[in-house]
Write a new protein. Sequence first.
Length: 188
Amino acid sequence: MSMEINTPHLDVNQMSHNKLKIDSYKAELNQQIISASVDVSISSGSQPMSLLFKSVETEMQSAIKAELENAPVEGAKKSLDIAEEDDYSPEATAGRIVEMATAFFPAYKEQHPELDDETALDRFMEVIGKGIDTGFEDAKKILGGLEEFKGEVADNVDKTYDLVQNGLTDFREKMLEALLIDKDKDEV
């Protein structure tokens, strides 16, 4: 009597094909951002910051989707609601980026029950940090390619980045404080 063991078949060609599809999708999104930017007079005040937000949003969504198998729809919807705002000052743009990015923490924590709270928070911060950094770098490249990454535009992008980093630090500190309070309540 021969026993047959079913093992999943790892299709390397399919995995490679999926990676190419993701890379192609990303390139297409970047091209759409560039095309939209060329169609609009980029040198008018809020357009570069709008491009920055859309670039960071795209990379954040990619980072979250890569990490979470079933990224929650409410997080994506929330980011779309945030994106409808008209104020693209560095402060407002940074606020939207931080709010959009941190909205996914509960889903991340839920999908990683094996991690203690602080480890989950740290890993989540790494994931969103990479997405944000990539989004900012992409926006700088696009603006540079349009010869718009200079003067006030460059200053606003840099200021926005600094404000986002401060916002993420504040989020982390508040979450650690809340997690500590919850832990203390559980011990009582």
